[in-house]
Design a protein around this ligand. Sequence first.
Ligand SMILES: *Cc1c(COP(=O)(O)O)cnc(C)c1O
Length: 378
Amino acid sequence: MNIYDRLGVKRLINAVDTYTIIGGSLIPHEVMEAMAEASRSFVNLEQLHDRVGRRLAELTRNESAFVTSGAAAGLAVSAAAAVTGTDLAIAQQLPDVQGMQRSEVIVHRCQRNGYDHAIRQAGVKLVEIGYVDGTAEWQLESAITERTAAIFYFAASVYSRGALPLEDVIAIGKRHHIPVIVDAAAQLPPVENLWHYTTKLGAEAAIFSGGKTLRGPQSTGLIVGTERFIEACRVNSAPRHSIGRSMKAGKEEIIGLLAAVERYLAMDHSAESARLERMVGIIADRLCMQELRIERLFPGPVGQTYPRAAVYLKPGAGISAGAVKDKLEHGEPGIMVGLTEDACGIVINPLNLSDVELEIVLERVSGIVREAQQLQQD
Ligand SMILES: *Cc1c(COP(=O)(O)O)cnc(C)c1O
């Protein structure tokens, strides 16, 4: 019997996205194997971080790299690193920033989101710039003071509507010697983003989730960036006794993320793209019903280069998109889908679906729509 079934935990089909709340992503076999191998020996954690960091830096075309226990943990230790630099004695004091010269972090008001709590965890004060619908360069310039430790920038397209372009933020940061740190947690694919923000654009560091499209362990994150900044991150992380000690990445996770990044870089991304496009095509064909209208959505929810299918319910369908979504979730097995922005359609994301699962999703969606049609006619 399956371990989840034995525990009475309902298994779900993920037709929505790499959401933490439903387990993020599935770890591929070869990554799991590497983790199992890592679990069989003791090693010195500092040496492991040295070697894995060096390898990850090479692979991702960055100066340096570091494995954290998640992208959110990456935000927390990056904020700490920006405040303390490489001084362990100063790092000891966090999250108390009293007496520290640089303890403020600048963020765009339009980029405030649930993850910025992770930045505040380091004790820093967030200084907001701009309006929800627009930000001017002078607003960033005038917010920079001798207390500024860093500028944090959220790369997700949903947070960029009223923000300055990242290139301009980096240019202003450089002029004032203030590091720009990019939260790029969900910005893969394209694979090039692993070096785009840092090596190409000049940000001090960029942070990726290890447990989203990289398909590493859920409790991993990747920071890439300059040698100096990554060293400051390490001062603020386990195994050292500093603020990140409570965000430990174990040897299995560290090796798991390395294996996942190696796999991701070796992947045939155009074949994967073609697989997802083919699935969106199948969705359009199979749900070609009078009550439905299918639309291909591109890019992904925060700007990633993968397609999804929006399935709009026409007014005569006799059931709302929200009700279809609920029925899918509460059926057996549970199927998680998204909703379109106007809530008039469901969104099916093939990213985490096998061919067999796609069949189940299509059966259930067409079944629910037919049933609603039947009820209307009775
Ligand atoms: C998912 C996400 C995170 C957190 O990533 P974890 O690896 O789950 O900690 C942080 N920031 C953004 C923008 C995200 O989308």
